[in-house]
Design a protein around this ligand. Structure first.
Ligand code: AMP
Length: 929
């Protein structure tokens, strides 16, 4: 019993000591606080701190609340505050307190320190603060810090407000239902946060979300898609960031009343789930890249959309006015790609075919969309069945993206589709049955033809099957892989010794063929349109159509066959470093022979070669082996194998006229002088004159343009690209053929009737002259509507001689003498582009006009080493017969390359003897003649 009494007494003494101690501790802390702040207007004179203004204590005289309301409090807060272990409420908002904000007791539930001058908070401040419900630390000049990880421990948090507190880095993934089940307010505006809105926000009960106005360079970006799963949201402020993609579906956010999305890069159509949201009161959409029709909200909604002044990509400026049918289709086509920003920024207005270029959309002159080219755009998502609504599209290019899903069967119903290229994506599923003649390229989609994509839960190679694999099978696989690696390494050693790794070409032997022709002419669009006319018919003498005579079409110039191995060798295995340019056929590489002679090797992408491409390839060989002229680029040889089609030309070191006329600034070169331009014009005229008339046969180039005019080091010009050349049937000055060429250079009668005469080349030549005079491209989409077409604009300007000096290329410095020739050429250009073909001069006339204007060019002595020894001024029949006589000679010559280089290309032509040591010499430029 005695023991019991004494124990109770001891306990009583201990508790009273603790109480006195705590009391005195709070007393000490409060007195300390009183000294560290300057307490202007604070009524803190009473001896009992519990009576101080803004301080509240518990029944046991412990401090529970401190509220410094005066708004004039300065100084700092003492470290000792952490000892107020019953403090639940601390507020010092709107004062001028400075220094480090100290640790606080973990009893604290509400902390408001906003609008002060604190310079930091401990990073682990929140570690033990599991009772915190509300935190407001806004507007303090903290030094840069990240959203503290310790915040994760505040499981009871309902409000976290940290506006303008120098946060950097990303918003951590812990903001969400799992960590903060009670969080309703998250305010992180005016920091320097970057990255995306974390997925953890999905499903959270947050009602107020502010992340607007991040100050970092990158700002917050990516999409707003997580918002659609934050169904408690009432207020969303995300303005002043770099958010992209479409406005998410708000249909489940039925308490949302205030949405501020302005000043981002949002794209796509404003969803009706926002515009018809019943709870909505305020919405701000200004300065985004939103598309479609400007949305109409209910009258009660305060809308800021500022279509007149702000940035946008709406199809019209009239609120509620629908977009054209075509625009709607195009928008639905890019919807599954997430309305890519570059598309939204390029697709302006309500008409894709008139006005500024729409990225990836190519129209015919009659205003129909004929090509959709989304190749290499980095798009992800699925292929929309809406493509099928673009009934005039002939080519649908979606290659080299990250597209998933299947090829919609609707695409097979596109009436004039000729090409679908979906190569190098991640598509799966069966290829729909397209009608005969449609070229479908699905290479580089490993799962195409399979029912499920690789790695999907129940794809054959995944999940369960893996578990079922026995140990033996696993051992087998490991052995197999090791074995394959071994064989691979062996092959690499053997093969890699011969060729370096520079060949970037993906070999796809089963590729479905296709022949895309790009254009090197900026805005000009290369065309080859004749849905109803099969290439085979036109080449093989189809009904009523023109056919190449067999003498030209057959590729039999056996002694011009060059080994693929030689070409690999001389181009360093088609190394990227040797790329001279890319054209419709494929890539052109520079090569160097043993003796230093440079060549240009045009390599058709084998998987991209369709019948038409092959025909053009053959036509080029046929024409160039028959016609040779100092102003036509010379063909040295070719290689034609199953998977390889290559043409070898003389190397033209100064590239294309197009580069020198239009891209000289980018290339860091000088603009071409007027005299140079004249001399080039004359060279081209002579080359084309030869094609047109200096032979009994008439060759028509059909695709004259600056990117098909190549320049040597002496800036003398040669016409190239003979893939479209047609030989007029004997005695016929005009004939019908499949329409081909490049928009902007097409003679009107050819575009309309498909009938071709030499005058179609004269027209194109006139356009080139106009380009040389003005420095403007044949089609300048950046110009106002009426000035887009160079010919129309030029001829209009020519009528008004007073203002005509405005058309002269600003890069030209023309003196008096030059001015005379300038007028002559301007007149000539205009005549060449006369609407009526018979009003256009012939090439002979053009040469006669130009020649006196150009300094006389004295050809050098004929090159003794030229194996053909052709005098380029002789007529075509003379040249042909001389060439044919000489053809036999080359067969007696011997090859200078090792036998190991003889490949199937040569083997397939077994009747053709190896090439001679003179092979290299035969490459000697004939330019000097
Ligand atoms: P093409 O396929 O003919 O349009 O050629 C594509 C690009 O390769 C041209 O724009 C030129 O830059 C370059 N190129 C073509 N042929 C030659 C050549 N013979 N010499 C030098 N560069 C060439």
């Amino acid at each position: 019993m005695g023991f019991g009494v004494s124990y109770v007494l001891q306990l009583m003494v201990m508790f009273s000591l603790m109480f006195v101690c705590a009391l005195s501790q709070d007393d000490v802390v409060m007195k300390k606080l009183k000294t560290t702040i300057s307490k202007n207007n604070l009524d803190w004179s009473d001896k009992d701190f519990c009576n101080w203004k803004g301080v509240r204590c518990s029944g046991t005289k412990r401090v529970t609340t401190i509220e410094l309301r005066s708004s004039t409090v300065e100084g700092s807060l003492p470290q000792e505050l952490v000892q107020l272990t019953e403090l639940t409420y601390f507020r010092c908002s709107g004062n001028s307190l400075s220094g480090n904000f100290p640790y606080m007791p973990n009893s604290l539930q509400k902390l408001y320190i906003d609008n002060n001058k604190f310079t930091s908070m401990p990073n682990d401040f929140f570690t033990n603060m599991s009772n915190l419900i509300e935190v407001a630390i806004d507007y303090n000049p903290f030094s840069q810090w990240q959203i503290p990880f310790s915040l994760k421990n505040c499981l009871a948090l309902q409000t976290f407000s940290a506006v303008n507190v120098s946060f950097v880095g990303v918003i951590p993934e812990f903001f969400g239902e799992e960590t903060f089940p009670s969080l309703t307010t998250l305010k992180l505006s005016f920091n320097s946060l970057e990255g995306n809105l974390p997925n953890s926000l999905s499903g959270s009960s947050i009602q107020t979300l502010w992340v607007n106005g991040q100050k970092s360079n990158n700002k917050l970006n990516a999409t707003l898609s997580v918002l659609q799963n934050m169904t408690s949201l009432q207020q969303i402020w995300v303005h002043g960031n770099s958010f992209t993609g479409p406005i998410p579906d708000f249909s489940n956010l039925d308490q949302l009343y205030d949405v501020s999305l302005r000043d981002n890069q949002l794209t796509g159509v404003v969803p009706s789930s926002l515009s018809s949201l019943q709870s909505l009161k305020i919405v701000n959409l200004t300065n985004n890249d939103l598309q479609g029709s400007p949305p109409k909200f209910q009258d009660s909604v305060q809308v800021d959309i500022d279509i007149d002044k702000g940035r946008h990509s709406f199809c019209t400026e009239v609120v509620g006015q629908p977009c054209s049918q075509l625009v709607n289709v195009l928008l639905s086509v890019v919807e599954p790609f997430g309305y890519p920003l570059k598309i939204a920024q390029s697709w302006k207005g309500n008409d894709p075919c008139h006005g500024p270029n729409w990225l990836g959309v190519v129209c015919s002159s009659s205003g129909n969309i004929i090509i959709i080219d989304f190749e290499n755009k980095g798009f992800s998502g699925s292929i929309s069945p809406s493509f099928a609504s673009l009934g005039t599209v002939t080519k649908l290019r979606l290659a080299n993206n990250n597209l998933t899903g299947t090829i919609p069967k609707e695409l097979a119903s596109m009436p004039v589709l000729q090409l679908l290229d979906v190569s190098n994506n991640s598509l799966y599923g069966q290829i729909p049955s397209f009608r005969a003649g449609v070229v479908v390229n699905t290479n580089g989609n490993p799962d195409i033809g399979k029912d499920k994509p690789h790695g999907s839960p129940d794809s054959s190679s995944g999940g369960e099957d893996k578990k079922k694999l026995g140990v033996g099978a696993i051992v087998g696989i490991v052995i197999g892989i090791v074995g394959l690696l071994g064989v691979g390494a062996f092959v690499f050693v053997i093969y890699g010794k011969r060729y370096n790794k520079c060949d970037n070409k993906v070999q796809t032997p089963n590729a479905i063929v296709v022949h895309p022709r790009h254009s090197g002419d900026g805005n000009a669009v290369k065309i080859s349109v004749a849905a109803s006319e099969s290439v085979g018919a036109s080449v093989a003498g189809g009904t009523g159509g023109f056919s190449l005579s067999s003498s030209v079409q057959n590729v039999e110039a056996g002694n011009m066959v060059i080994s693929i191995r030689v070409l690999r060798e001389v181009t360093n295995n088609f190394c990227d470093e040797n790329i001279l340019g890319k054209g419709g056929f494929g890539t052109v590489y520079k090569g160097e022979l043993d003796d230093g002679t440079k060549i240009a090797v045009k390599r058709m992408q084998s998987e991209m070669v369709g019948d038409k491409g092959l025909d053009e390839f053959k036509s080029e060989i046929a024409v160039l082996t028959k016609v040779r002229h100092r102003h036509l680029v010379a063909l040295h040889g070719y290689c034609l194998e199953d998977n390889e089609k290559l043409l070898v030309y003389e190397y033209m070191p100064q590239g294309t006229l197009s580069q020198h006329l239009f891209d000289w600034k980018d290339d860091g070169s000088k603009p071409l002088e007027w005299k140079r331009r004249l001399s080039i014009a004359l060279d081209v005229a002579r080359g084309v004159e030869y094609l047109h008339g200096l032979a009994h046969q008439i060759f028509i180039h059909r695709d004259l343009k600056p990117s098909n005019i190549l320049l040597g080091d002496d800036m003398r010009a040669k016409v190239s690209d003979f893939g479209l050349v047609r030989l007029a049937p004997e005695g016929q000055a005009s004939f019908q053929t499949r329409l081909a060429g490049t928009f902007g250079y097409l003679a009107p009668e050819y575009a309309v009737t498909g009938r071709v005469t030499t005058k179609v080349d004269i027209y194109s030549y006139g356009v080139i002259l106009m380009e040389m005079i003005t420095g403007r491209r044949a089609i300048e989409n950046s110009q106002p509507e009426e000035n887009i077409h160079l010919v129309a604009w030029f001829r209009r300007m020519l009528l008004n001689k007073d203002s005509f000096d405005k058309v002269i290329d600003p890069a030209l410095n023309i003196n008096e003498e030059g001015l005379k020739s300038f007028w002559t050429i301007a007149e000539l250009a205009s005549q060449c582009c006369a609407r009526e073909p018979h009003h256009r001069p012939n090439m002979g006339h053009i040469v006669n006009v130009l020649a006196p204007l150009v300094e006389i060019w004295k050809p050098a002595e004929p090159d003794a080493d030229d194996m053909y020894g052709i005098d380029f001024d002789m007529s075509l029949p003379q040249a042909l017969s001389k060439w044919q006589n000489l053809e036999g000679i080359s067969n007696t010559l011997d090859v200078s390359y090792s036998s190991s280089m003889v490949d199937s290309c040569e083997n397939t032509q077994s009747s053709i003897p190896p090439r001679s040591p003179g092979f290299a010499n035969s490459f000697t430029s004939t330019d000097a003649r």
